[in-house]
Write a protein that binds this ligand. Structure first.
Ligand code: DAH
Length: 340
């Protein structure tokens, strides 16, 4: 029996020395220390030992058992440390490594231009208001003094959703919505998408406009020119001048078209300004008294100025883009060029 214990002890030490993982350690426990393990079998064999030797032998086996348990715990601690060290190693971060580059997007050139325009006008005290893209005939046309037979109402230009509902053809219905909601003094910008059945190098069926509306006492065309002068200088440069030309819009009287002196040639005449020295940038005027009346504002007390700017047009001029379609193709080679 003693020889057997000695052999088992040697075998145990050898096996413990080879253990590399918790799994192997569990196996060791099963083989030696569990109820079915070799040390328990030794206890069972105690029956065949002469009676007088049994207490001493029992003691030897018990000592061996506690020794084996102690060794098991030691190796277990070693395994825990090993596991921790391996986890540390796997989670190690080399902070001197160059960081992975994460490409960030850029704002769309129309958004950049829109934000820049809003910045300029908010510096003059304008607030921003947004109206719906699907409008009724009343807001898009009638209350803006666009007569029933006006060519702008033609199916050729306007996308009709139903007889009375359209995709707004301009941001001007925003004027009506603002004046319905608020009484003077009013100073708002209405940026947004507009829709027209039109498509070529400079026209798209969907494009962006920015409406401006100021209503207060004693607003004149001089205020309009002053504000727009400031606007074009901020957008195209300090040397740029504005020129107002008479025009016609149903919702303004008088109506003007605003040109800027060509910033490419300084007004001498070039391909951008088609030799004229001037570039048309927007429409505007003094709000028609009927439009004010349609919104319950007394034209004897108040007057207003309004303007509508094509955002793509400003972006095309600013960045030298010759085809409006480029804005909507989502070609990253195009879009990546615009950093704000
Ligand atoms: N709504 C006009 C258009 O789409 C632009 C415009 C002209 C807006 C004159 C105005 C304005 O507010 O006063 O062509």
């Amino acid at each position: 029996m003693e020889a057997k214990i000695k052999a088992l002890r040697e075998q145990m030490e050898e096996e413990l020395g080879r253990i590399q993982s918790k799994g192997e350690l569990d196996e060791f426990w099963q083989n030696y220390l569990s109820k079915k393990g070799s040390i328990s079998s030794l206890m069972k064999e105690l029956g065949s030992v002469p009676k007088e030797d049994r207490p001493a032998m029992g003691k030897v086996i018990n000592e061996f058992k506690s020794y084996a348990e102690q060794r098991y715990q030691e190796v277990r601690r070693r395994m825990d440390e090993l596991e921790l060290a391996m986890r540390d190693k796997a989670e190690q971060v080399d902070i001197t490594m160059p960081a992975k580059k994460r490409p960030t997007g850029t704002l769309h050139p129309i958004t950049i231009t829109k934000n820049e325009m809003i910045d300029v006008f908010s510096g003059m005290g304008f607030e921003v208001f947004e109206g719906p893209e699907i409008e009724d005939d009343d807001h898009n046309f009638s209350r803006l003094n666009v007569a029933k037979n006006h060519p702008a109402r033609d199916m050729q230009d306007t996308f009709y959703v139903s007889e009375d509902i359209v995709l707004r053809t301009h941001t001007s219905p925003g004027q009506i919505r603002v004046m319905d909601a608020k009484k003077p003094p009013i100073k708002v910008l209405v940026p947004g998408r507009v829709f027209r059945s039109d498509s070529d190098a400079t026209h798209s069926p969907m494009f962006y406009q920015m409406e401006g509306l100021v209503v207060d006492r004693h607003i004149t065309l001089c205020d309009l020119q002053g504000m727009l002068d400031e606007f074009v200088k901020k957008i195209f440069g300090d040397s740029v001048k504005t020129r107002l030309r008479p025009s016609y819009f149903p919702f303004t009287e008088p109506s003007v078209e605003v040109d800027v002196s060509c910033f490419a040639c300084g007004g001498k005449g070039c391909s951008l300004c088609k030799g004229t020295g001037w570039i048309e940038v927007l429409g505007g005027g003094i709000v028609h008294h009927r439009v004010l009346e349609n919104c319950g504002i007394d034209p004897q007390v108040y007057s207003g100025l309004a303007f509508g700017i094509g955002i793509e047009r400003i972006a095309m001029l600013k960045y030298g883009i010759n085809n409006i379609g480029l804005f909507y193709e989502n070609d990253l080679r195009f879009l990546k060029q615009f950093k704000n």
